[in-house]
Design a protein around this ligand. Structure first.
Ligand SMILES: [Zn+2]
Length: 365
């Protein structure tokens, strides 16, 4: 058995909650972080049937994509589905953890699962996060340079694409004078001091700012550490919404749509007018992705595959792209496989099951 806290920390190390959308409620929904987990049931949605399935398996953690507590609960009676589910989970001592839009946002998450299923190559984030990166600059005496720099790298700074430990280091002189209350690491209190220092600058994901600063302060020898954090407008190419990629060889929009219907096992695809032309660039966004249509058009996608497109939104295709609404559930159904793979990678001998229950509330006649 493993403490729930460890599983939560692992999942949030992969997809920090700071990456979730402002309207979302990802994270631990029900359960005590100190409880021992016996087994994990992986699902897209939680309902009472799912809790019974977990109980039957002897499992006490349900890992879902969609949060059961979303708009907030004001009471715990039997008057709504989420209230009944939460109450039942508490009674049965089953924890619920949800990895929602934070898992939409990461490479290797929901949209990677969808893009992989469709065989897309050269995958890139469709709408990269534009305020997800910061720069940190710190001034370090020569002797402590490696220790301080490495501490920042270990805390998650210095990643650019497939490179890590990226930094720029320039020499200079730092000056300071400590008051009578100080105990300066170099120089004497009350006296002006000049010290040869290195200016170290590196990049970091915005959500790791506190962690990197904490590591830097711990490793730095000075009483008062001079450091600056700058917001960047660079795109964060590994985090954001949707995914765009290429087909192995161009297909007509109809042929690709046939493939999508088959691979995604969807009952029906609602789509805009087909042109019969060959397409090779496909954009996808699991769940409700209409807000990323403009990004898909701007990047030259021939088709945009998502769910929850409304009638008037279909007009926005304007013959520039084919919009294909394959259904919210269908577009996210393989997310559970990603969850399972990630868990098995970290807990290879642990009891982890994919639920056999279809929780899609939409039926096709
Ligand atoms: Zn969804």
């Amino acid at each position: 058995m493993i403490p729930l806290r460890e599983i939560v920390n692992y999942l949030e190390g992969l997809a920090p909650r700071a990456l979730q959308e402002s309207y979302d409620n990802s994270g631990l929904q029900v359960g005590d972080p100190g409880m021992e987990v016996k087994g994990i049931l992986v699902v897209l949605d939680v309902n009472e049937e799912i809790l019974l399935e977990a109980e039957k398996l002897g499992f006490n953690l349900v890992l879902s994509h969609h949060p059961v507590i979303f708009g907030g609960l004001k009471s715990l009676t039997d008057s709504s589905g989420p209230e009944r589910i939460v109450k039942m989970a508490i009674q049965k001592e089953i924890a619920i953890y949800s990895g929602h839009t934070n898992f939409d946002a990461i490479t290797g998450g929901v949209n990677t699962a969808l893009a992989n299923r469709l065989g897309l190559l050269d995958q890139q984030i469709l709408a990269p996060l534009s305020d997800g990166l910061k720069k940190i600059v710190v001034y370090v005496p020569h002797a402590q340079l490696e220790k301080v720099r490495q501490a920042m790298f270990d805390a998650g700074a210095g990643h650019i694409g497939d490179y890590d430990q990226c930094s720029f280091n320039s020499e200079g002189e730092g000056t300071f004078r400590g008051s009578e209350e100080t105990q300066p690491f170099v120089g004497e209190k009350g006296k002006f001091h000049v010290e040869k220092e290195i200016r170290v600058e590196t990049i970091l994901p915005a959500h790791l700012e506190n962690k990197v600063i904490h590591a830097l302060l711990n490793a730095h020898p000075y009483e008062e550490v001079a450091y600056d954090v700058y917001p960047l407008t660079n795109q964060h190419n590994e985090i954001g919404a949707g995914m765009i990629g290429k087909l192995e060889k161009p297909l007509t929009d109809l042929d690709f749509l046939k493939k999508v219907k088959d691979v995604m096992k969807t009952g029906v695809i609602r789509h805009t007018k087909l042109t019969g032309e060959k397409i090779d660039t496909i954009a996808v966004c699991g769940g409700s992705g209409s807000q990323y249509l403009a990004a898909a058009i701007a990047q030259g996608a021939g088709m945009f595959i998502t769910g929850d497109i409304k009638y008037h939104q279909f007009f926005d295709a304007e013959n520039k792209i084919v919009i294909a609404d394959i259904g919210h559930y269908e577009s996210e159904q393989f997310t559970t496989e990603i969850f399972c793979d990630l868990l098995i990678e970290n807990l290879p001998t642990f009891a982890i099951h994919l639920s056999k229950i279809n929780t899609n509330p939409v039926n096709y006649y």
